[in-house]
Design a protein around this ligand. Structure first.
Ligand code: ZN
Length: 271
């Protein structure tokens, strides 16, 4: 039998990280690297197929990841890296918030860094977190430091440490929604139902209009096969977003949960 096919060869800039896969939704190991696709026979790369590309966050479970051609990569890396540098300069100038879009409320710098940390790391723009925490420490930005550290631990696959860091952020500023939301997300990844509910309940006190905590909890209840909680959660979601009643998958889940839990759902007659 002749073994032939195609795959990425000559991997460079390999970065291992952890995160939620955009394709299969699993939180797990991922790799990012630069490489070129070759057609192979008996695993010997013989025919180059296309130019070198950056692969971002290739999931170990489903093998899917983003492929960015090199000519698109450089402008992308420059934008991310310039943005990051300008935020570090702003911190050293004593700023904690920045206006990103005119007319929108200013965004917290710690939260902004948290948002691009994964890209910076996977693109090999930063190797560790100390250069960032040093700047935050020098400017006494305690809340921001905990936020950034929480995200860093999440990327490193250490969910227990991530949880502690986000908890510390919520203690530093108990009335800030974003830290509570991040904490809730980590608790979902840890599959700790009571802790996730507690974090999201606190978050919803500040952002009652946000539906995303309910969606996150729905996913968690589904994994845990908690039918009674699924009914309660879907009742809330159907009430908030009536269009969800048109989604076959959710209707099926609701029906099944009603049957298994024996509960009377608010929308039982509509599915
Ligand atoms: Zn995947």
């Amino acid at each position: 039998m002749i073994i032939y096919g195609s795959r990425m060869y000559f991997k460079k800039n390999l970065v291992r990280s952890f995160g939620e896969c955009e394709h299969c939704g699993r939180y797990g190991k991922r790799v990012s690297y630069r490489a070129r696709k070759f057609g192979h026979i008996y695993w010997i790369p013989l025919i180059p197929l296309g130019s070198t590309a950056q692969v971002l966050r290739e999931c170990k479970s489903c093998k899917m990841g983003a492929h960015i051609p090199t000519h698109q990569l450089e402008p992308m890396v420059d934008t991310i890296s310039d943005q990051f540098k300008s935020w570090i300069v702003a911190i050293s100038e004593g700023k904690t918030e920045l206006e990103i879009e005119p007319g929108q409320p200013p965004a917290n710098i710690g939260l902004l860094i948290t948002g691009i940390l994964d890209d910076l790391y996977c693109l090999n723009e930063i190797e560790d977190i100390t250069s960032i925490t040093n700047v935050l420490d020098a400017n006494n930005l305690v809340y921001e430091r905990h936020l950034v550290m929480g995200r860093w631990f999440e990327i490193q696959g250490d969910l227990d440490q991530a949880r502690l860091a986000f908890q510390a952020a919520t203690e530093a500023r108990p009335n800030e929604g974003p830290a509570l939301f991040q904490l809730g997300l980590v608790e979902v990844l840890r599959r700790d139902v009571p802790a996730a509910e507690a974090a999201f309940t606190r978050y919803l006190q500040f952002h009652p209009e946000d539906n995303s905590p309910h969606m996150e909890l729905l996913g968690l209840y589904e994994i845990e096969k908690d039918h009674a909680k699924l009914v309660g959660c879907l009742d809330v979601l159907f009430e908030r977003i009536p269009e969800l009643l048109d989604q076959k998958k959710l209707k099926k889940l609701y029906k099944k949960s009603l049957k298994k839990s024996g509960l009377q759902g608010k929308f039982a007659a509509q599915v």
